[in-house]
Design a protein around this ligand. Structure first.
Ligand code: HEC
Length: 141
């Protein structure tokens, strides 16, 4: 009886640790994800630049967002729609940098809103997880 009890504890431990292992494997980020996540750090700096009216911060981090789109990792996807969305996003980032150069906080903010809309738009099309969700939502309507 005791042996049976112990073996079920051992079994439960194995199952739980197996689940943990699967979780760790799932959470390991791909090089693309790690690269893409850099956009978050730059965006945070841009929000700081807008809210504190530090235009240089907007300009330098806008440049960084731009440079990322010229990397091989960014253009791994050669899809025409992806390239079109990238061009549109780039245009909005440039408009944001120009507004920061002109020290116009409200224009920077407007441009930033467009840039963020581009982030969502591209992800809803090209990030599998978001694409599936957005299709499900549109079917419910
Ligand atoms: C033209 C397309 C496009 C635009 C615009 C874009 N992204 Fe992405 N983003 C991607 C792709 C493609 C991936 C990688 C998807 C994957 O591998 O799951 C990605 C991944 C990410 C990730 C990592 C997600 C994860 O699974 O860990 C973050 C964070 C992110 N983007 C933030 C942003 C932000 C912030 C912006 C706007 C400033 C932005 N993206 C604009 C295409 C885009």
């Amino acid at each position: 009886m005791k042996a049976k009890w112990i073996s079920s504890v051992v079994l439960a431990t194995l199952v739980v640790s197996g689940l943990f292992a699967a979780d760790v494997v799932q959470k390991k980020m791909s090089p693309t994800e790690i690269f893409m996540r850099q956009k978050l750090g730059y965006s945070e700096k841009i929000v700081e630049g807008i809210t504190l009216e530090n235009y240089d911060l907007v300009i330098s981090n806008g440049y960084r967002l731009m440079l990322m789109t010229q990397s091989n990792v960014w253009v791994e996807t050669k899809d025409a729609v992806y390239l079109e969305k990238t061009a549109h996003y780039r245009g909005d980032v440039v408009a944001m940098v120009d507004a920061a150069r002109a020290s116009n906080t409200w224009d920077v903010l407007t441009a930033y809103t467009k840039v963020t809309a581009d982030c969502v738009d591209c992800h809803q099309t090209f990030r599998r997880e978001q694409h599936v969700k957005s299709v499900e939502k549109s079917q419910k309507k």
